[in-house]
Design a protein around this ligand. Structure first.
Ligand SMILES: NC(=O)c1ccc[n+]([C@@H]2O[C@H](COP(=O)([O-])OP(=O)(O)OC[C@H]3O[C@@H](n4cnc5c(N)ncnc54)[C@H](OP(=O)(O)O)[C@@H]3O)[C@@H](O)[C@H]2O)c1
Length: 244
């Protein structure tokens, strides 16, 4: 069998970097993406040390031309896609009463619309890969527990992640019989740069380890075509099962 291939967005740091690293260590070829070229190239260099192909494509998931270009560069380079990991995302909190609608639009563009456009554009190659020797191709979205159970100050972020989870569910209803299946992984607080500003409210040591999120994503890539896992909530230990 030829090496499996993944495209991971938001792969320069945090959860995405760990997903890319675990996939590279398991023998996958990769396209990795993020906005800032320097940190992305640095990450790509580290990933290359595993001995497999790594292509770094700087792209802003808030800009549709970048999203389309990312998909096209991937297809041109590899011609197959075993796992599309929709991980790039933006966090922003504020009271429902005065959260700016413009900021809502930006969250929605980055957290939902980019995943929609990227999946649409890559669906032909996902289908083609699923019809090949492995028999399946995965779309895995890093969504959020706040899209499953509401949290104060998370109206826009939670709504964007609920929409992302819904996209995975609908994709399964249309494509899973052809072997393309989707899962929304929905973690509570994960100890990354994104949650660093919350460190005075929640001890980062009590948050989910980003390596555990990455481990779950990689485990999903190992499943065959006989099962659909629409979504998986992940919470930190404690009495509040559905609280981020
Ligand atoms: N941390 C949490 O508590 C938590 C919980 C649940 C879900 N999540 C989700 O997990 C995903 C990863 O978050 P993280 O905690 O690992 O965040 P992070 O450490 O801040 O990393 C975010 C990654 O995404 C890239 N990125 C950000 N905005 C982008 C954009 N507009 N276009 C392209 N790439 C972009 C960043 O690189 P550049 O800045 O260079 O673009 C970076 O590589 C996000 O979707 C987030 O919503 C996080």
């Amino acid at each position: 069998m030829s090496a499996p291939v993944a495209l991971v967005t938001g792969a320069s740091r945090g959860i995405g970097a760990l997903i890319a690293d675990k996939l590279a260590a398991a023998g996958w070829d990769l396209t990795v993406s993020a906005r800032s070229e320097g940190p992305l190239q640095e990450r790509a260099g580290l990933l290359s040390a595993h001995g497999h192909a790594v292509r770094a494509v700087p792209a802003d998931m808030g800009v549709e031309e970048d999203v389309v270009r990312l998909a096209d560069v991937h297809v041109e380079a590899y011609g197959r896609l075993d796992a599309l990991v929709l991980n790039a995302g933006m966090g922003s909190i504020g009271p429902f009463a005065d959260f700016p609608a413009r900021r809502f639009d930006k969250l929605y563009a980055i957290n939902v619309r980019s995943g929609y456009v990227l999946t649409q554009r890559l669906l032909p190659v996902l289908r083609k890969t699923a019809a090949g020797e492995r028999g399946t191709a995965k779309v895995i979205a890093v969504s959020s527990l706040t899209g499953v159970a509401a949290e104060p100050l998370n109206s826009a972020y939670g709504a964007s992640k609920a929409a992302l989870t819904s996209l995975c569910e609908t994709l399964n209803t249309e494509e899973s019989e052809a072997g393309v299946t989707a899962t929304a992984v929905c973690p509570g607080y994960v100890a990354t740069d994104m949650t660093a500003p919350l460190a005075d409210q929640v001890d980062p040591g009590a948050m989910i380890d980003p390596a555990d999120v990455a481990e779950l994503v990689v485990a999903l890539t190992r499943l065959g075509r006989s099962v659909v896992v629409p979504s998986i909530p992940m919470t930190r230990p404690g009495p509040h099962l559905w609280r981020a």
